[in-house]
Design a binder for this molecule. Structure first.
Ligand code: NIG
Ligand code: FE
Length: 423
């Protein structure tokens, strides 16, 4: 038996009470703070949550045997959950960044054979080991930033062989690394250059050749598609997502990232678990999401980095869409690994409150990857994943921006980051 006791946080931010359903509207502000709060876990599972005084009294015996982490003067939150990443890739695209600073657009670069195509070439050329090593380094940094679970998409392989390689790397990283990875198949991430004149044939390939194998090998939980003008149409997106459902893959969709294109509406139609990006989602799209319980995953790092308008997060929350926040970590449109910076942007650029951004990176993010029964809040019975931030209250997290406040990270009841170092 092994016990761990996180003791006396100035704020234990539990985000409790939203495990059944994602938090919407004013519920997103309800983050369940316990002052002078403590949490006790046994063998990786939370067994008690409350004030330090109460737990000291009721669990004296267990606490005596426990590894103690003193959180006095600091806050403790659920381990952060990043529900939209493209973390498994090879290479970097700083050259395209420089081109964009000179005035070229993201889509112009992609249409000229760069963008996602450039990373696809690098990822195809990389061996399993190279891909694993490059991605592992990023996972280390995310863990050091307080993230304990991520979603990881394929989509830089674009052939069966290389999509499988990407997904197998994610699977192995999930086994080897402290970070938990939940995989999404995204064969429909771009139309490969050789299919430019016959995109329907590529859609057929994704549906008939890739999906069945990915599903058979159980390499993904979700199925995603980049629904965007010049990439996949709403009709093609629907075909891919409906086909995935036949294999038990849950639909997600990259929607209305660059232009309003009916992506959010499509998410409602196929009853996707989430629609992601939404920078240019229409009012009808927002309504379709609210009506069909589609979670909005907004990625302000992408708007920041593409110098684009931000998603209308405030409007979405006020209209009943449950929101989650994510890094979109990828080499082209959001090369960050900091969910804390994304929280800053949520407040400063999208009108969210400091409480809402915490809900959006914990329990609602967990819902967006169908893991809310296990992670995303500090409640009895849940996995003991915690991040201790070196700040005295939760407002400080989105106040001091562009910094890493994560000091200690606990994953499945084990201290995995101590004093900002991975153990
Ligand atoms: O979420 N929009 C499509 N996919 C990624 C970008 C991928 C890339 O540029 O490499 C995104 O923004
Ligand atoms: Fe993305």
């Amino acid at each position: 038996m092994s016990y761990i006791y996180l003791k006396n946080a100035s704020e234990l931010v539990t985000v409790a009470g939203h495990s059944e359903k994602p938090a919407k509207k004013e519920k997103m502000s309800d983050i369940g703070i316990i002052e002078n709060g403590s949490v006790l876990a046994k063998d990786g599972v939370i067994i008690a949550v409350g004030t330090d005084a109460t737990l000291q009294e009721q669990y004296a015996e267990e606490i005596k045997q426990a590894e103690v982490v003193d959180a006095t003067g600091k806050i403790v939150t659920p381990g952060l959950v990043d529900p939209h990443t493209h973390i498994v890739y090879a290479g970097t695209r700083e050259n395209e960044y420089a081109m964009r600073l000179e005035g070229q657009t993201y889509m112009e670069i992609m249409n000229a054979g760069g963008g996602i195509h450039a990373t696809t070439r690098a990822t195809q050329a990389a061996s399993f080991e190279e891909l694993y090593e490059q991605s592992k380094e990023r996972l280390d940094k995310m863990l050091l930033n307080g993230i304990t679970t991520i979603e990881a998409k394929s989509g830089y392989g674009l052939t069966l062989e290389h999509e499988l390689k990407q997904l197998e790397v994610a699977k192995k990283l999930n086994e080897d690394h402290y970070m938990d990875l939940v995989s999404t198949f995204m064969g429909a991430h771009a139309v490969p250059l050789e299919y430019k004149e016959k995109p329907e044939e590529f859609v057929d390939l994704v549906i008939n050749e890739m999906l069945p194998v990915v599903a058979e090998k159980k390499l993904a939980v979700f199925n995603d598609v980049f629904c965007e003008r010049g990439v996949f149409t709403p009709e093609q997106s629907k075909r891919v997502l409906e086909a995935g459902k036949q294999y038990g893959l849950i639909p997600k969709i990259h929607a209305d990232e660059i232009e309003p294109y009916g992506g959010a509406e499509t998410a409602g139609e196929v009853k996707a678990i989430s629609a992601e990006h939404l920078l240019r989602a229409s009012d009808d799209g927002i309504k379709a999401m609210a009506d069909n319980d589609v979670i909005g995953v907004v990625l302000p790092g992408t708007a920041f980095f593409l110098m684009a308008d931000y998603a209308e997060a405030r409007k979405m929350i006020d209209n009943g869409v449950a929101l989650a926040l994510s890094t979109d970590a990828n080499p082209g449109s959001s090369p960050t690994l900091s969910l804390q910076f994304i929280m800053n942007l949520g407040c400063l650029e999208m009108g969210m409150t400091p409480e809402e951004v915490i809900t959006a990176t914990t329990i609602n993010a967990a819902h967006a990857i169908n893991e809310a029964d296990k992670i995303g809040s500090i409640e009895v019975g849940k996995q003991a994943d915690f991040t201790m931030f070196d700040v005295k209250n939760h407002l400080m997290l989105s106040y001091q921006y562009g910094m890493n406040h994560a000091q200690t990270v606990v994953k499945k009841g084990k201290v995995v980051v101590k004093d900002r170092h991975i153990i």
